[in-house]
Design a protein around this ligand. Structure first.
Ligand SMILES: Cc1cc2nc3c(=O)[nH]c(=O)nc-3n(C[C@H](O)[C@H](O)[C@H](O)COP(=O)(O)OP(=O)(O)OC[C@H]3O[C@@H](n4cnc5c(N)ncnc54)[C@H](O)[C@@H]3O)c2cc1C
Length: 442
């Protein structure tokens, strides 16, 4: 084989994972004057927000009857971009608000901002090794289609969702003892969405339960909602086992897409007025809710979330329910009251044993049920912002010794501010029965 030189990239910060958490971290870091390298194993940027076609941003708003936003930062630009294009709207669900978006629009926004800000994007690059000294990661080695690559940086953000850096460092990790299922999302097109908006969700759920055996359907309930201003419908009605190895990931995707096809065939047969012409426009990649987490300086429990007590090192807050996907048949929800808020401690983002790595997103240290609230995109944005701020404040030494008051100052609006955005007021959708009582499932 011909010898190829290793590709070498250098930055102040290397972010692994370009989902909600990683993109937020990368863009916030650029805003703080840092040079950023953004690595993602997937061939496209955007993480599950784009590749798994999630379609809604949850956990951004307080509970209540008006949309009061809890999380702010560079991702405000995403909301403005989406609303300016007519590619987003708000829905009131489960006593709070969720922001529906068009995944392609998110992808274009992310790509544009990455190019404009000079972030070095490395999609299709899989972390397969690291060099570290005295608990400091110095470089990551990557496999790419163009051969081996290496990223050297002063700090690293692990937004991989799989705690890949702690795993590569051989550190202790946590895996859930109870199963947390994944989902393949799908977007249907050429649907009579006017009619669909009048159907209660219970209609879909009853149809699925009645014909489950005939069509091989496993999930009896979940959200179905119209993509704003289109003839498209987003389905979150499949469940698949969460894979922990490569073939399993592919097979989970294949099984989830089989369930999507079966749902479409069922709806075409039973609801021909609305679905007679329908086709699948987008099959999401296998959506993974949870795999493994780091062992951090602190561990968030369900009791912490229910109590809503602000920890001394809080860096973000949310009110999103605890949403457990432990059974094939559906999800179990714990919804909080109007005054409730719960918090993310910075300690849960700090893997024990690594001094210049901070975790953001769905692999922070939390009980699986606690993570089932904290891993939605609103808190992921906030964690990304705190991760970037922490690495900018910490020139050298250990993130474990960081001045927490200075970190909290730099993300103060995510702890104290509640805004009512002009776009949010104008964009609340007149929701039909599709939004009542059953809500979103993340
Ligand atoms: C089916 C489903 C539906 C959901 N719906 C919603 C929803 O509607 N709204 C909501 O707010 N939340 C939803 N969620 C919750 C979701 O888990 C989070 O909101 C969010 O996607 C997590 O973002 P993240 O940045 O932590 O991780 P991800 O978006 O998963 O990004 C992690 C990235 O890291 C990359 N990566 C992993 N390992 C490596 C490696 N070794 N080397 C390089 N790169 C690597 C991956 O390719 C991936 O792109 C849903 C989850 C699922 C599974």
């Amino acid at each position: 084989m011909q010898d190829r030189p290793e590709q070498v990239y250098r930055g102040d910060l290397c972010v692994v994972g370009s989902g909600a958490a990683g993109l937020s971290a990368a863009l916030e870091a650029v805003r703080l004057g840092r040079k950023v390298v953004l690595v993602d194993a997937a061939p496209q940027l955007g993480g599950q927000a784009v590749g798994a076609a999630l379609g809604t941003i949850c956990g951004l708003f307080r509970n209540g009857s008006v949309p009061r936003r809890l999380t702010h930062g560079v991702m405000d630009d995403l909301f403005e971009f989406l609303f300016a294009r007519g590619d987003a709207s708000l829905r009131r669900v489960r006593g709070t608000f969720i922001l529906d978006y068009v995944p392609n629009a998110w992808m274009r926004w992310a790509e544009r901002r990455i190019a404009e800000t000079g972030i070095v994007p490395l999609p299709g690059a899989i972390v397969r090794g690291m060099e570290r000294r005295d608990g400091h990661v110095e470089a990551l080695s990557l496999s790419t289609r163009f051969g081996d690559a290496r990223v050297e940086a002063g700090h690293f953000v692990d937004a991989s969702g799989d705690a890949i850096l702690a795993w590569q460092a051989g550190l202790e990790l946590r895996e859930s003892e109870t199963q947390v299922l994944g989902t393949v999302m799908a977007i249907l097109e050429d649907v009579d969405t006017g009619l669909c908006a009048e159907y209660p969700r219970s209609l879909y759920h009853e149809l699925i339960r009645r014909h489950a055996e005939e069509f091989g359907l496993v999930r009896g309930e979940g959200p179905v909602f119209v993509v704003p201003g289109t003839r498209k419908l987003l389905l979150n009605l499949t469940h698949v086992e969460t894979p922990m190895e490569t073939a399993g990931l592919a097979l989970a995707g294949i099984e989830g897409r089989r369930q999507v096809d079966a749902l479409l065939t069922l709806f075409k047969r039973e609801l021909p007025e609305a679905f007679g012409e329908a086709k699948v426009a987008v099959y999401g990649n296998a959506g993974i809710r949870q795999t493994r987490t780091v062992v951090g300086r602190s561990h968030v429990t369900v009791e912490d979330i229910a109590a809503g007590v602000r920890p001394p090192d809080a860096i973000a807050r949310t009110t999103w329910p605890i949403e457990l996907h432990g059974e094939m048949s559906g999800a179990h929800w714990t919804i909080f009251g109007e005054d409730h808020l719960h918090y993310i401690p910075f300690g849960a983002m700090l893997p024990v044993g690594l001094h210049n790595v901070v975790v953001a997103g769905r692999c922070i240290d939390a009980q699986p049920a606690a993570l089932a609230s904290l891993r939605v995109m609103g808190p992921c944005f906030a964690m990304g912002r705190a991760a970037a701020a922490a690495t900018a404040l910490n020139d050298s030494g250990s993130l474990h010794q960081l001045d927490i008051a200075a970190l909290q100052d730099s993300v103060d609006d995510n702890l104290t501010l509640e805004t009512t955005d002009s776009w949010a007021n104008e964009a609340v959708r007149e929701t039909g029965p599709e939004a009542e009582g059953v809500g979103a499932s993340k």
